[in-house]
Structure formats: structure tokens, C-alpha cells
Design a protein around this ligand. Structure first.
Ligand code: ADP
Ligand code: MG
Length: 323
């Protein structure tokens, strides 16, 4: 199959048709209509084989996750998904792989009403780049910089499941299917993000662990926060590891949760419980924003510890003294 046959067969009709796509796949550029009063929210992510997923990972899940991570960024701004572009680098044009990949990606695109409007297909080591484009009313995007002392800090879902799945897969231990699903098929919290417009003062999606990602909100907002460790929402599997080891790194610094962390001023806190009910998604208060700087964690025994506000870093700074 030629490159152009592949594009026509697998990439030309991914996701539902949208009236704001004036011209989609097939020309040199796509032509897109941004409605008046809306802003375009744009984000791009690359998943590299062997770094972000195992080379033998089910291609359907790779397709799902490649779009999910971008959708999670749109969710974190309160944006509505609209369009995506897809740059795919493949060692060989294996049709079975491409069919499964586009099935996974297309299914999630359909769920969120998102249309793939273009892309690029090249030969080389397996890597997937997806750029997502969303729409958000002018002035309504939820940034990292709006948190204020007295705001409550909430997270959606549960924390550390993907990290536990990855840890078990790397050490060759058996992994419960629901844990593995959390790593390979994350559900971006798009509806939650949109519903938090006008409510949340600051928001971020949890891709690198709560400590580091909340740390980004704190830095951008010029505030500090106190976390209540015993309130962190954990599945029984993650809770068991924490209880056995007294090591909180799974919920605090393991990546790939793709939950949302958001700050809510006191006047709006009462709206969060009903929102959780409506969405069927746990929304848990895990701490408070305070004046000052840095993230402190309070354990059930009342002891305070300062946390390393550090998530995964692809380019960690060289250790002092090393050459
Ligand atoms: P050009 O050489 O002008 O950049 P290409 O030959 O790369 O165009 O692509 C032809 C058309 O197919 C373009 O509209 C491009 O956006 C689209 N396309 C190519 N690869 C993909 C892909 N993986 N997914 C979606 N659209 C793609
Ligand atoms: Mg061209």
C-alpha cells in the first residue's frame, strides 16, 4: 500500500464530520472555522515507543492514549475538543497495526466529537504525535495562575493506579486488568473541565504526579498549599502498597494519572459534591491553598513534611560536580 492509499483508507475520516471543518484531510492545509467569541486552545504531545509505551503494546491502546493525553490538556483548560492533527512515524506500513491504531484513536475522537483534519506519515522509529485543538469562550479558559489563599484543592478520580500498573509491568509481576487499563486507556476528564468554567480558579491535568503538577499551579499562582495525605483518593490496590511501605510516591509522584487537579474558592465548594454526582466521578478535596510558597503534606499523625515537587523529567539537570 502506498503512503497515499494508507492516508485515504485510514486517516481521511477519523472522528465525526463537523460543520466548522471547511477542508479536512487531502490538501496542503486544513481550513477551520473558529466561531466568533471563542478562542483556540492548542496543545501537542509525542509518544515515543520504548519511552511512553511498550513497543508491543496493543496498537488500539496506543491510538487511544495518543489522543487521550491531548484531550486531557484541553480538559485542564476547560476547552471543548474540536480538531486534531496526527503525525505518525512507522518502521513499516503494517496494515494490521495501522487499522488497530486508528480504531483506538477514532473511537475516542468519536466520543469527544473531535475530527482529525490532517497529519503527516513518515518512516522511522515508532512515534506518535497528536496536536489537539479546542474551543473555549473568550475569558473562560482556566489557567494555572489563578489559585488564591483559602481555595480548596480538589482532584478527580483516584491517584497512582497507572504508576502501580507500570511498576508491576516493569518488574514482570502480574497486573490486574483494571489497573493496566488505567495506564493504557486513560479517560480524559473533558466534561469535568468544561463544567468547572466559572468555578475553578486554577487547574492542571495530572500527567507527572500530583506533587509536581500541583507544584506548577503553586508556582504560577505565587501561593503555597497544604496537602492532607489521608484524604488522597486511592484504589484499594494503591492504598495497600502505601500502607505496606509508608511510601507515598505512587499517588504523589508517579505519572500518567490523567486526572484533573483544580482549586475552588470557598463560595463554590458546595457545588463540587453535586457535580461529582452528576458526572459519576469522585471529586475529592485533598488540601488547601495558603499564602507563601511550596507544598507541605500533613499526615494523619499531624506531622508535616515538605514534599519534593518533582515529576518525571526527560532532561533532568546534571548532578553538580558530574562532567
Ligand atoms: P504534504 O506533502 O503537502 O505535506 P502529505 O502528502 O504529507 O501532504 O499529506 C497529504 C494529506 O494527508 C494532507 O492533507 C495531510 O494533512 C494528510 N495526512 C497525511 N498523513 C496523515 C495522518 N497520519 N493523519 C491524518 N492526515 C494525514
Ligand atoms: Mg503540501
Amino acid at each position: 500500500m502506498s503512503e497515499f492509499d494508507l492516508i485515504a483508507r485510514y486517516f481521511a475520516a477519523l472522528g465525526p464530520e463537523r460543520p466548522d471543518v471547511v477542508l479536512g484531510v487531502g490538501d496542503d492545509c486544513a481550513l477551520l472555522e473558529v466561531p466568533p467569541g471563542q478562542r483556540l486552545a492548542v496543545s501537542i504531545d509525542t509518544l515515543v515507543s520504548g519511552v511512553h509505551f511498550f513497543a508491543d503494546c496493543n496498537p488500539e491502546h496506543i491510538g487511544h492514549k495518543a489522543l487521550a493525553v491531548g484531550l486531557s490538556d484541553l480538559a485542564a483548560m476547560g476547552a471543548e475538543p474540536a480538531w486534531a492533527t496526527l503525525a505518525l512515524t512507522l518502521p513499516a506500513p503494517e496494515e494490521d497495526w495501522i487499522r488497530a491504531f486508528t480504531l483506538g484513536l477514532g473511537r475516542l475522537a468519536n466520543v469527544h466529537g473531535m475530527h482529525v483534519v490532517g497529519g503527516d506519515t513518515t518512516r522511522g522509529p515508532l512515534s506518535v504525535t497528536v496536536q489537539v485543538h479546542g474551543l473555549v469562550p473568550k475569558g473562560a479558559a482556566i489557567r494555572r495562575s489563578g489559585a488564591r489563599p483559602g481555595d480548596a484543592v480538589f482532584v478527580s478520580g483516584t491517584l497512582g493506579d497507572a504508576g502501580l500498573a507500570l511498576r508491576r509491568m516493569l518488574s514482570g509481576e502480574p497486573v490486574a486488568p483494571e489497573l493496566r487499563h488505567r495506564l493504557e486507556c486513560p479517560a480524559p476528564r473533558v466534561a469535568l473541565g468544561r463544567q468547572l468554567r466559572g468555578i475553578a480558579t486554577a487547574m492542571i491535568d495530572l500527567s507527572d504526579g500530583l506533587a509536581g503538577d500541583l507544584g506548577h499551579i503553586l508556582t504560577a499562582s505565587g501561593v503555597g498549599a497544604d496537602l492532607e495525605l489521608e484524604r488522597l483518593p486511592l484504589t484499594p490496590q494503591v492504598a495497600a502498597v502505601v500502607a505496606a511501605t509508608n511510601d507515598w510516591s505512587l499517588p504523589l509522584t508517579a505519572g500518567d494519572d490523567y486526572e484533573l487537579c483544580f482549586c475552588v474558592p470557598p463560595a463554590h465548594i458546595a457545588t463540587i459534591g453535586p457535580l461529582a454526582e452528576t458526572l459519576g466521578l469522585p471529586l475529592t478535596r485533598v488540601g488547601w491553598i495558603r499564602a507563601g510558597a511550596g507544598l507541605a503534606a500533613r499526615a494523619a499523625d499531624g506531622g508535616r513534611r515538605t514534599l519534593p515537587a518533582r515529576g518525571y523529567d526527560h532532561f533532568p539537570a546534571a548532578v553538580d560536580g558530574a562532567d
